[in-house]
Write a protein that binds this ligand. Structure first.
Ligand SMILES: [Fe+2]
Ligand SMILES: [Fe+2]
Length: 283
């Protein structure tokens, strides 16, 4: 993948955001719902003073409390491990998907961001209903599942616009990408990025397989949840673009997750207003 022509173009564009290597390690720790060790996590932050400073600033800004935190230990102890974890992950996720840096002219990254929020909401609900995964984690994966699209928007805006034009004509996203990007897709670009930025292995597997869930050999349940959530949210996104839906819901995956048609319809029905509500809070 390193020597792929499109990957080389992305690297040489000079626009790829730089992520400190420590982010991957910290994210890995925060995403684990069972093994999360507060002291170990604080130690990681302390090892990287710059990162600690950014996090304290972010916790101050996001927590809306009438007090300032002086150290990361102080902040995490005050907020509680769970709240601090959610704030920390959201902050890191924002760094990973800086939509304001997008440069494409026709592709509308704000509409696409709504698709990512929709995927997060649907993934959260499926995880909650099926009880097969951690719902907060699924929410985060929903936000980053299409990180390859964000990178294309930032680094190769002309190609992103060509893909978008094809999609508006009714071409499936994956087919359009393969045509414009000489055979590769945003899932492969996202997967390459996870290696490049040292992001958690589980995140890489989900990003790489979210359009090909049956090919996943690890983290299969999480991949299926994101795939199903992505399908639901793509239907909404395509309606925002004014084009016919190109997505098919996989009955096999619904059965594996124990999700029935009625529950799917319920998510589809409430998704638009929930996306709008969340969009106003996070943008
Ligand atoms: Fe995708
Ligand atoms: Fe998607």
């Amino acid at each position: 993948m390193q020597h792929n022509k499109v990957i080389t173009q992305i690297k040489e564009s000079g626009h790829l955001p730089k992520i400190p290597k420590a982010f991957g390690e910290i994210l890995d720790m925060l995403l684990d719902p069972y093994e999360y060790d507060l002291d170990e996590c604080i130690d990681k932050f302390i090892k990287y003073p710059q990162l600690e400073k950014i996090m304290i600033h972010s916790l101050d800004y996001n927590s809306n409390l009438n007090r300032k935190f002086l150290t990361i230990r102080d902040a995490i102890t005050y907020l509680g491990a769970r709240n601090a974890k959610i704030v920390a992950i959201s902050y890191i996720t924002n760094l990973l998907v800086p939509i304001e840096k997008g440069r494409a002219k026709v592709f509308n990254n704000k509409k696409y961001w709504k698709h990512c929020l929709g995927t997060s909401i649907a993934a959260y609900k499926i995880a909650e209903k099926s009880n097969l995964s951690d719902k907060d984690k699924m929410f985060i994966y929903g936000l980053v599942h299409d990180i390859g699209v964000t990178v294309l928007d930032i680094c190769l805006p002309d190609e992103m616009d060509q893909i978008h034009q094809l999609q508006k004509k009714g071409v499936h996203q994956i087919a359009a990408e393969k045509l414009v990007l000489q055979g590769i897709t945003h899932a492969e670009i996202g997967s390459w990025l996870c290696f490049e930025w040292n992001l958690p292995d589980e995140m890489q597997t989900i990003i790489a397989n979210h359009h090909t869930p049956l090919l996943a050999t690890r983290h299969k349940t999480d991949v299926m949840i994101i795939h199903l959530a992505d399908s639901i949210s793509t239907t909404y996104y395509e309606s925002l673009l004014g084009c016919e839906s190109t997505f098919i819901y996989s009955k096999k995956i619904m059965e594996s997750l124990g999700i029935d048609e009625d529950f799917m319809k319920e998510i589809i029905h409430t998704l638009p207003q929930e996306i709008e509500r969340l969009y106003k809070i996070v943008v």
